[in-house]
Design a protein around this ligand. Structure first.
Ligand code: ABU
Length: 557
């Protein structure tokens, strides 16, 4: 079946026997005889749809091709889509909304049925809009105040608007001729972020990447390039053992970087942490000495500022002393905790950060930018380009009519690159430095509030004596389950089962999502990472109440 646009408001439809049916737009379904059984059946079920959805009647029998040929159809369709999203964004933040309507994968597959299928005839725009609604019904409501499952939570409306504009303009960031205004925004925002690190106005470089892992991979690539620039042409020829140092509680992306860059997992040296999860700097120096004695090459030290679980901050300044002494690249992985730099009250956690060679910073975490938004910031300009440039002459011609230093693409390990900056730039315009600082202060305040409540409440035990970043980790010991007659081994085994069981129950109920994990020898505990400045103290009280309540339901004797 083909559709061709006829005179305004009308369509010529060609059925399978090429008979032309002339119909008025919006009432096509009455005449359509070409529908598959599948589509006819789905129209049958529409008779019973809610009144609200009947407003979409005008989209029945209109197809993708109509969007391309009829600007009114396109406008109507996008207006409807905007309404759907607007309702979703408003409703998802209401506490009465479920965080998740959880179904096991096979159940969800069954429930969605034909909605998942991309075979068969094209679906009309009515169906496409229904598909969107159906999708929103089952997706996890990450902007909900009870979504505390990840480091990235909450909903920044200006950020979302920025993401809409980004999708609408569909810009590739590799060259100025295409990226134009967005390239300038990227330069502006990266310069701003570098200024918070404490680097000079004209100092440094940077690029947005598809996430913190990629940013950390860039850092190791640059460290390797500085030490062994020939590797770019000749590969890992020397057979030398290159070693990377990072804390035992750092993110696994440092190991991924070592795998990808031919350094090898065995050459990622895991430095022990103190009781708060911070790297023990004495141990770092010992490890470096051991590498040297062994004929290896210390390549990079990665300081974590905001570890994934405990939000601990490694002592950057003291690590910088060591890197300076041994001439080692110092990277700061501030994916989670880097945004503390925006707060005069908490930036001391990254003391010495201006001495690093590179820093990963994810605005999609504590700054609340929609995913994805991660930057690798580099102290010395020219290094990103030197390590990555291939000068593709179909893209980065040197005889262009404008200043080609604005073509950012050859600094990247990618070719095409998504526009991750616009939403952040827009957020910065709408909040200013002070707005971001207030959000960060609020997030830190809430985490300290929660820490205090955890310490006060019976049956709750804080993992740390004092938190640094805005993550609170704790055990809940249900009195019905864990009593003083148990041996410590039995107690630990039981405790390990509590958080997963409570999480399962609350996820199935759908009113809350929390994270849990073990850490080294420590049995499973809850981690509440706060990155949503719209949370309130009473929300956090509710979270603790709910843990108790659910626990008493499931662990009744
Ligand atoms: N890149 C670490 C993300 C971990 C989390 O959101 O829980």
């Amino acid at each position: 079946m083909e559709q061709l646009q006829g005179s305004k408001g009308y369509k010529k439809q060609y059925n399978s026997s090429n008979k032309i049916l002339e119909q008025e737009s919006g009432s096509l379904e009455k005449h359509v005889s070409h529908k598959s059984k599948e589509e006819t059946e789905s129209r049958e079920t529409r008779k019973f749809r809610p009144k609200k959805q009947q407003q979409w009647d005008r989209f029945e029998g209109l197809f993708y091709k109509d969007l391309q040929t009829d600007s009114k159809v396109q406008k109507d369709f996008l207006t409807e889509m905007a309404k759907i999203l607007n309702t979703y964004l408003t409703d998802q933040c209401k506490t009465k909304t479920k965080v998740v309507d959880f179904h096991h994968p096979h159940q969800l597959e069954e429930l969605l049925g034909d909605t998942l299928c991309v075979d068969g005839p094209p679906r009309d725009l009515h169906q496409v809009l229904s598909d969107c609604k159906e999708t929103l019904k089952y997706c996890v409501k990450t902007g909900h105040p009870h979504f505390l499952n990840q480091l990235s939570t909450g909903l920044d409306v200006v950020g979302v608007a920025g993401e809409w504009l980004t999708a609408a303009v569909n810009t590739n960031m590799f060259t100025f001729e295409v990226g134009s205004v967005f390239v300038l925004m990227e330069n502006t925002v990266l310069r701003k972020m570098r200024s918070f690190i404490g680097w000079g106005e004209q100092e440094g470089d940077g690029i947005f990447t598809p996430g913190g892992t990629m940013s950390n991979i860039y850092a190791l690539l640059l460290a390797r390039h500085r030490k062994f620039p020939k590797i770019k042409e000749e590969g890992m020829y020397s057979g030398q053992k290159l070693v990377v140092y990072t804390s035992s509680q750092s993110h696994f992306s440092i190991k991924k970087a070592a795998i990808m860059l031919g350094i090898g997992l065995n050459n990622v040296c895991s430095i022990p942490c103190d009781e708060r999860g911070r790297m023990k700097v004495d141990e770092l120096e010992k490890a470096i000495e051991e590498t040297l004695a062994d004929g290896g090459v210390p390549l990079m030290v990665s300081a974590t500022c905001g570890t994934t679980v405990l939000a601990a901050y490694d002592p950057v300044d003291r690590m910088a002393d060591i890197c300076q002494k041994y001439k080692i690249w110092l990277h700061v992985d501030g994916a989670w905790g880097g945004s503390a730099l925006l707060s005069k009250k908490y930036k001391h956690l990254l003391k010495g950060v201006q001495r690093c060679d590179s820093m990963t910073w994810n605005p999609h975490k504590m700054m609340g930018a929609p995913l994805q938004c991660s930057a690798i910031l580099v102290r010395k300009s020219g290094e990103l380009l030197a390590a990555n440039a291939l000068c593709a002459d179909y893209l980065y011609q040197t005889d262009k009519f404008y200043d080609v230093s604005y073509d950012t693409g050859d600094r990247s390990i990618q070719c095409g690159r998504h526009n991750d900056v616009f939403k952040l730039w827009l957020m910065w315009r709408s909040k200013g430095d002070n707005g971001f600082e207030d959000s960060i202060n609020k997030i830190f305040h809430l985490s300290r509030y929660l820490e205090q409540r955890v310490k006060e409440r019976k049956h709750f035990t804080s993992v740390l004596s004092e938190i640094e970043g805005p993550s609170v980790s704790f055990w809940y010991e249900p009195p019905q389950l864990i009593n003083s007659n148990l041996s410590s081994r039995e107690r630990k085994n039981l405790l390990s089962k509590v958080a997963p069981k409570i999480k399962e129950s609350m996820t199935l109920k759908g009113n809350m999502m929390l994270a849990y994990q073990p850490l080294g020898d420590l049995p499973n505990f809850f981690r509440i990472a706060i990155s949503n400045p719209k949370l309130t103290e009473s929300t956090l009280d509710f979270v603790l109440d709910e843990i108790e309540r659910i626990s008493s339901d499931i662990f009744l004797e």
